[in-house]
Design a protein around this ligand. Structure first.
Ligand code: SIB
Ligand code: ZN
Length: 413
């Protein structure tokens, strides 16, 4: 399949200038960007639009759309242990599938092309990603809090063996939940396996003030030898920040969730000063409550600007949402270039809030609206196009989703 996208402005990556060129895509990959004439099976005239790399949501629990809005105005502990875990105990693989599907529809609608997930019933998450056509690094949440991990690590390994690399969309990593829910021995075991398999790891770290373990001790485990995405990192000491400055380490910053659960503001400016690779995540829809990287990008920037107008600048914010997320997840390039997968979004910039066009890059952070996303393409396939989700039956999924939610409410009563 040969696709020609023409007459749009193009932003190849966070650091580049806007150019008015064409993009030629063949078999899911970008073949050429430039001023050329070529024959294609499908030609799209995208005048008045901007094409840019799609976003990576580097930390989420996709199926938690099922619990959007169910636990408001509470602290992290009450939210997680009292409200969320009891509901999660009742979730079937089918529920996780449908919750993940709704999450992917929201993410695609708002310009996300790839996400990093930590959840359970991962076979259902895999199936949802494949059916929808979205890239995902899927990890099984792991804990040995009850004294045993009840086969969770074994399951995670099975997911890896069965699904890693599937359709070039799905990759499997390991998801030790947090240092407070995993013993050091267990963390070491998980990291040893991940390291042997060459799989990335993601873990919640220093989300709330109450988390007082030692990062130094944690990094004495094999975790130090893995590619790791540390979610949150709100309560880092100066000395911890240094420890995270490493080629294979990434921080997934989730400012909305951190504010909403009263956890505070992560020291992102300090992290960036130390060259820590910071990307963005929404966390789950039960603590955000949207899966909107535009929103995280703007909030991340504004929260640091409260103290220092220089941070987080436009280019930094954009690269956190694209290039760094891509590097962290290993899923996509975060950049539009020859030879890369066509993972891109089309933004309708014919709105008053994109004027003056001369300053368009800053509007992408501080003035854009996620619903201005006109289309989202993953590996050369439209997963959202002008109001339609071409890969799925939208109303069937919505109906099934509401059915699951109703069943959960009925069990409750
Ligand atoms: N509880 C599961 C494994 C954990 S999956 C990942 C978990 O992370 C939880 N989670 C979501 N957001 C957060 C957060 O912000 N902090 C800590 N945990 C979270 C989510 O509810 C989910 O239970 C089991 O029994 O096998
Ligand atoms: Zn989380």
């Amino acid at each position: 399949m040969k696709i020609l996208l023409k007459n749009a402005l193009i932003l190849k990556n966070a650091f580049s200038d806007f150019v008015k060129e064409n993009i030629f895509i063949e078999n899911g990959k970008i073949v050429e960007i430039g001023k050329f004439q070529r024959q294609a099976d499908k030609v799209y005239d995208l005048s008045g639009k901007l094409i840019m790399p799609g976003f990576v949501n580097a930390h989420t629990h996709a199926a938690m759309t099922l619990m959007r809005g169910v636990a408001e105005d509470v602290s992290l502990e009450e939210w997680l242990f009292k409200k969320i875990f009891p509901i999660e105990d009742k979730l079937t693989p089918e529920d996780v599938y449908i919750g993940t599907m709704i999450a992917q529809m929201e993410m695609a609608r708002k310009g996300v092309v790839a996400y990093v997930d930590m959840y359970f019933h991962c076979e259902a998450v895999v199936q949802a990603a494949i059916d929808f056509g979205m890239k995902a690094l899927i990890t099984r949440g792991l804990t040995d809090q009850s004294g045993s991990d009840n086969g969770r690590l074994r399951q995670n390994i099975e997911y890896f063996e069965k699904f890693n690399g599937k359709d070039g969309l799905v990759f499997i990593g390991f998801g030790p939940h947090a240092p407070y829910s995993c013993s050091l021995d267990y963390l070491d075991r998980v990291a040893t396996v991940a390291n042997e398999l060459g799989a990335p790891v993601t873990i919640h770290l220093y989300e709330s003030e109450k988390e007082t373990y030692s990062l130094k001790e944690i990094l004495k485990t094999k975790l130090s030898e893995c590619r790791v995405i540390f979610a949150h990192c709100v309560h880092l000491k100066e000395s911890d920040i240094e420890l995270l400055a490493k080629e294979s380490f990434f921080v997934a910053h989730s400012p909305t969730s951190n504010l909403k659960l009263a956890n505070g503001i992560a020291p992102v400016s300090k992290m960036l000063e130390k060259n820590i690779q910071v990307c963005l995540g929404t966390d789950g829809a039960a603590s955000n409550n949207t899966l909107d990287i535009w929103h995280e990008m703007r909030l991340a920037s504004l929260l640091q600007k409260a103290r220092d107008p220089v941070k987080i600048c436009t280019t930094e914010a954009l690269s956190m949402a694209t290039l760094t997320g891509a590097k962290a997840s290993g899923l996509t390039s975060g950049s539009l270039d020859t030879g890369y997968d066509a993972d891109l979004i089309v933004l309708d910039i014919e709105k008053p809030w994109y004027l003056p066009l001369e300053q368009l890059k800053s509007h992408l952070i501080h003035s854009a609206n996620s619903l201005d996303v006109y289309a989202t393409m993953i590996k050369g396939r439209w997963v959202y196009f002008n109001g339609v989700f071409p890969t799925v039956d939208e109303s069937e999924i919505k109906n099934r989703f509401e059915g699951v939610v109703q069943r959960l409410i009925d069990i409750e009563n």
